[in-house]
Structure formats: C-alpha cells, structure tokens
Design a protein around this ligand. Sequence first.
Ligand SMILES: Cc1ncc(COP(=O)(O)O)c(C=O)c1O
Length: 949
Amino acid sequence: MTFTPTDYKPYDFANRRHIGPSPSEMEEMLKVVGVESLDQLIDETIPAAIRQKEPLDFGKPKSERELLWHMRQVAKKNQVFTSMIGQGFYGTVTPSVIQRNILENPAWYTAYTPYQPEISQGRLEALLNYQTMVADLTGLEIANASLLDEASAAAEAMTMARRLSKSKANAFFVDENCHPQNIAVIETHAEPLGIEIEVGDPEAMDASRYFGAIFQYPGTYGHIRDFTAQIAALHEVGALGIVIADPLALTILKEPGAMGADIAVGSTQRFGVPMGYGGPHAAYMACRDSMKRAMPGRLVGVSVDSHGHRALRLALQAREQHIRREKATSNVCTAQALLAVMASFYAVFHGPEGLKAIAQRIHRKTVRVARALEQAGFTVEPEAFFDTITVEVGPLQGVIFDEAARQRINLRKVGRTKLGISLDETTRPATIERLWSAFGIHRRDDDFTPEYRIPDALQRTSEYLTHPVFHMNRAETEMMRYMRRLADRDLALDRAMIPLGSCTMKLNAATEMMPLSWPEFSQIHPFAPADQVAGYTELIEDLAEKLCQITGYDAMSMQPNSGATGEYAGLLTIRAWHRSRGEGHRNICLIPVSAHGTNPASAQMAGMKVVAVKSAPNGDIDVEDFRRKAEEAGDNLAACMITYPSTHGVFEETVREICDITHEFGGQVYIDGANLNAMVGLVKPGEIGGDVSHLNLHKTFAIPHGGGGPGMGPIGVKAHLAPFLPGHPMTDGRPGAVAAAPFGSASILTISWAYILMMGGAGLTQASKVAILSANYIAKRLEGAYDVLFKGKGGRVAHECILDTRPFADSAHVTVEDIAKRLIDNGFHAPTMSWPVQGTLMIEPTESETKGELDRFCTAMLAIREEIRAIEEGRMDAENNPLKNAPHTVEDLVGEWNRPYTREQGCFPPGAFRIDKYWPPVNRVDNVYGDRHLVCTCPPMEAYSEAAE
Ligand SMILES: Cc1ncc(COP(=O)(O)O)c(C=O)c1O
C-alpha cells in the first residue's frame, strides 16, 4: 500500500487552531469578496503609505505542547513562598468547584459584558449576588459590580465624594494607615483635578478643612478603629466619609454603614481569587442609596421583561461614559466581572456562617502568633487587630526577615525596625511554627484556646447575607448545578460568534488559559521580593518587548488594568511630559465625535479640556475642522485622541496629516489601540505618528472578556515619553501609579504571551489579515440587503463594518434593537448597537470564526431583512411580528399562540440550531421600568417563585 502525502500540520496553532476559516474556505471567501488573494485585499484596504516595511519576526512559533513546556520552565523561575505581606493581598483558598466551573469554564470566561440582558441573565444573577453581598457586608444600601482594584476604587470614591460633597473645601484627607499603593493612586487622581491631598492621623483630623476623607479598615499596620466620630465630624461640615474595608474582616467587625460611612470600597480578592502577582481581582464600591447616580462602574438592577417576568439588566446606564462622555462620572468600562462572579460564588459556597468561621479562625491564629511573640519579649502592635500585626524587632529586622525567607515565608518590612505579619485562610499551624522559628521561638502551635482581640464596641452585631441564595444547600452537587444553570442561561463565545464591533471577541484558546492557574503564577504576592519572581520578570519583559515591536513604540507600561485606565495613564504621561518642558498650561485634548466614550471621560479625569472634532460625511475625521480646532487651541494644545483604524471601521488616509497637525501645534498624539486587531504585522501606530497607545490585551491578544473583565490596557510610548510612564510606590517609588499592583493584573499576561508565542510574527499578521477578510466577506454577503455605512478609498472596510438600519425605522417601524433581539432567536449575540452612529449595527467577526459560522450569521441577517421586507410590503403586521416580539422564549413556544406567524417562524428562524437551539430565559427586558423602580440587590425569594410560576 502507498501513502498519500498530506500537508496537514497537526500542531500548527496559528493556521489550524486559532484562525477560523480553513485555507479552502478562505479561497471561497476571497472569491466572494472579489479579489485574487488575501494580499490584494489588504493592499486595497490599508493605505500603502502607512504599511509597515519589515514583517514581524518572533522566530519559530511554538506548538501548544512546546508552549506549555516553555511556560513550565518560566514558571519554575518564580518561587512560591507563603505570603504574610498582607497590604491588601492575601492567600485564599479557591474552592475547586469555583475554579473548575467558573474560572476555567469558557461558558463564563468567554462571555461579553451583559449589555444584551436577555442572553446574560446567568451572569447578571451572579453579579446581583455580588452586589447583595457587598451591600450586606458594608452595611450600605447599594453596591456596584465592580471596579478594577482597591486603589483605583479608593480614588474613584474620592472624586465621587467631591461631586457630592456640600463642603466647598478643596482638600481631601487620607488616613496615614491606608496601604501605600492606595495613597499613591489617590494622589495620582487628585493632582490633575487640583485636589489637595493631606495624609495624616485620623485622630488629629480637622474635618472642616476637607470635602471628604478616606480611612483604611483594618489599617495597613493592622489597627482597627471606629471612625464613627470622624465621619460625624465630616457630616457636620457637609463632607463625606469613605472607608476602605476588607470584606472578610467585615464578617466580624462593625460595618462601615454602622459608622455612618457614605461610601465603602475595597478588594474582594481574598474571596477565593488568587493573588496572581497583583491580579486580576474585583474591587467593590458601596454607597448610600441617595448617591447611586454618582457612582462609577456597572450596576446590575432588577426589572421585568415584556411578559412582566422578573429580569435583570444593567441599570442607570445613562451615568456611563457611552452617553455622558466628558461629563461622565468616571471612565470605568471593562471592570472585573469574572472575578466578581468568583467572589460572589465564594460567598454562596461558604454562606455567612462559613465566612464568619473563616474570619474568626484567621483572627484566632493571629492572636496565637501575637501571644507567642509577646511571651518571647517582642512588642506587638496594635492592641486591637483582625489579621495583621506589626512587631517591633529593633536591629533584628534584616535577620528575622531573611530567616523567614529561608523558611519560605515573606514578611513585610515596616520602617527600619518593624515587621508586618498578615495571616489568611491558608495559614496552617505548621506555617505558624515556621514563622515563630524565624523569630527564634521554637514551640508547637497547639494551644487552640480561643482568644479574641477585638473590642466589644468593634464587633459586628448586625446580620448579613440573609438572602436565601447564601443559604442554599452547600453540597457540591448543588453548587455545581447552580453554576451550570446560570451558565446555561447565557450566550457566550463557547456557543456562537459574538460579532461585537470594537470589542474583538476572538478565540481564547484553552492552552493560553492554562498557565494562569499554576501556583507559580497564581500564588505570588505582587510585592514579593524581586529574586522570587524571575519567571514573571522574564515574561513581562519579553511580552513588553514584543508589544513594542508590534506597535512601533519604544517603551511599554504594563500597569493599566483596562483600556480606559491605559487612556488615562497615557494622557497623564503626556501631561507630565508637557510639564517637564515648562508647558504645563497645555490642557486641550481634541477628540473626534466618533470616539469611544472612555476617551473624553479619561481626558477630563486627566485634567484636560475636551474639544470635539467633527466627522466628514464619509465618516473620516474632518481634517479642516481638526486643523481649525488645533489652531484655536494653539499653545494650549495638549493632545489629540484618535482611534485607528477609525471607530467607523476604516483605515483613514489622512491619519498622518492628523498626527502632523497635532505635532505642528506642540500636541501629542494618542492613538486608541482598541482596533489593533486590524493592524498587527501590517501597520504600527508608533510609526504613523502616534506618541502613545493603549492596547486592549483582552481584545487583540486573547485575554477573554469574562463577561465584562478582566482586561489589561498596557500603554506603549515613544522614547521621549518613557521617563513619564506610571511609577509605583512598591517598585521605583516614582509618582503616577494608576493601579494597586506594579504590573496590573499580571497573571493574565500569561494568556497574551502564550498567544503571541504560539502565533509567531507571521501567524499574528495572518490573523489581522483574516480579520479584515472576514469583515469584508460579511459586508459583501450582506450587500444589497443592508448598506455598509463607511468604506475606505478602495471600497473596503477594515476589520469591522457598520450596517445602517435606520431606513427600516421609516419603512417598517423596525428599530436597531428589534434586529439585535431577533438575532437572539437566530442564536447570536447582537453586534454593537448604535455606536458610534445611532441606529446602526457594528459587526466585527474576528479571524477566529469559521466560514460556516460567518455564513450562519449572514443567513440570519438576510432572513431578518426578508422579515423587514414582509412588513414593508404589508405581508406582515407592523406591530405583531417576529422582530417586535423577539426574542422568543420556551414559554412563548408552549404558551397560547395568537400571532400572525407560526411558532416555527418565531422560534426557529434561519440560522437557529434545531437541536442545540439557544433559548433566552426571558423576553425583551424593559430598561425604563427597571430604572424607575431601582432594585440593585437580590429581590426577596417570593419574587423568584413568582417568576417561576
Ligand atoms: C475604541 C475603544 N476605546 C477604549 C475602550 C475601553 O477599553 P476598556 O473597556 O478595556 O476600558 C474600548 C472598549 O470597548 C473601545 O472600544
């Protein structure tokens, strides 16, 4: 027998696994698009003048097995010590059922932000549980879900207090017992807004001098104090009191609400989310009900669907940057949804008794540690504490610190003569014995007599987590099924294409996701000594270097935790550069009207004045208007913020001109990198005139969206700006920190690194080319049925296309929302709706979708067009039709059917799977009702049973 040779490469990740269309499918797609080759399409799409000259070359790409082997070698260079550093990051036990069914489950991590509530009821319920948990623990009325980290949440709380405070003071008081990274990020946010920060002792605070004050609870050195008197004094003068509180401590300590606090913030990391060398973890914010409209971040609320059933959705969205732009309360967009979901399940898993037991055990262990140290003659502070103590060791600081390290324990150096020790739920008697031995104490940890060092007045007396969801049967069977039930309500990337414009919902490959769960990456404290993190250092440096090569920038900061934080950090970098040249007066930022809402919101946070620039009729930036505005700004021009390819989905020919004009007037060019997926290996933003860009690693570089986060928004800059990149108090001590950890959510950098190493330079370039092919394929296939609003000079779109659905409002009373909801019946997540142009759909298929899935989507869109035509031609009722009634649920199918179309037409439109049909759990959700009757915590149990009836 003879062998038939094959060119199939089983281990080729880029072309066989990551890129959806097979070579033969690509041939067919090119034919439809009307080009001979992929390169011809790229030449027709991207202006020749801006193409990069040299191909990307990162050497031979790694197969999946090679990658995992390589990552293992790098992981081994990190040393996993027991962390007793504390300072906001703690060891925690991630329940396996959460690790396997949430963190490592694509049904949860590949989901998009729940802007389409009908297909997001599962994650919305988990986030509502989170909000309920936070509101209960803090003793405040309303909580969001969620913020990026504790430090930025503290800064957001400060600016929120400024918006709400009745005091005219310009200064803000910061408790000297706040963690250093919190103080640093608060200072970063305060400076451009002209807020004066005074750090001091709360006992000596003169409330009349401040519009607000923030206190850490427990303090960074372990103190637990009641801030009731300070907050009352603040209220006397119309100022607000904010408490940064550890949610685990709040299970046994008096809650901020009971102290009169107006706002509470903190990190939910120790609710089962590994430290990950800094993240990702979710921060929370809770406040009084009267303040909810001023609260940043996303808020889940309860509403009803078109049949009056209970349904969840994001509430009060008019607060967000999408709508309010530079008047927005904050720029928070991608937050930490997946990590908030994990934390909420941790609370469901343990319930209030379990959480309390964990907190009490930690406290008793801390008391045992303190008692032995005191008996050995050490002075232990403070008298009252929860899980952290500070020990005076005089000249022995270095010796004990080093001895603890020899015992593989990290302590915190406090000043020159003290050591900080924080315990957590992972601390075991053997750990305590090792710790003692570092202090020269050799004894067994076997005296378990309970002892508490929390004064009665500071003990919690109120109930929390009373809702039935926190009291369900704790058998793993039940937990697993609850998680599964919620996941099944949602439509994530593991079921269907999510064609979201500007959001690049590409494959998050399993191999890329694996290393982040390894202890060498997940169990590292962000402030661990440098010699224990050689693996992370190698990873971060190599990733930064590769991202610099991809973007054409000279330096990269890995600190920002989201695209919007990247924008903010980039603008602060520009600001610091202007100031260094004696041009601190430059404060005008030109931003096209089509820009993403985070751009103007970030600019105002960075102390800049936003001047909007018009779009030309073809969708490009109106160059004349741009020049005029730049001239008007003159010596005050600080920067422009543009997106490339544009938010209209085209490679504008005039991008260099825009950059030149900005430079001519002394400004700096910020290129928003959200659309980098169209450019990798083809165009470098740093070569076309950009001075700074953020990259959304959760778009272009394979980090999953997690239902609204995590994300990473590193910024690349040209050399002249490098000295002004964000500093950090725990590394270089320079100002400008924008995140709690020096490398943001470091553990998910493993995903982007794995992606780049497996794709290689050619694979990454091919991915961008295929992303462009797929968008043009969809545009071509839908030609005639829908108008593509904007195209480049060569008649091509970039990696996304905007369909104009506005004409159907007149011709058939069909809105863009009707189409979006009808797509749910077809088994799709809707594209981005009404942005950047009202009444349009922005479709970005990405390179990862197969031709089969692209065709299924086109089939669905064409069928929808036929339904619209039927209404236009009077063959279908204008109000009672499948579009207006979409989405259809099982209840619709089995209920009474008095509609002028069949059940088949309603529930199984073309494109919908027959067997694997996705059924939305609710009908169309009523947003207005929910905002009028705002409920943002779990409704009482009767509401669940009513809904089920
Ligand atoms: C063009 C653009 N800029 C900035 C952002 C903000 O990024 P992030 O959500 O990571 O904060 C987005 C997010 O969708 C975007 O599309």
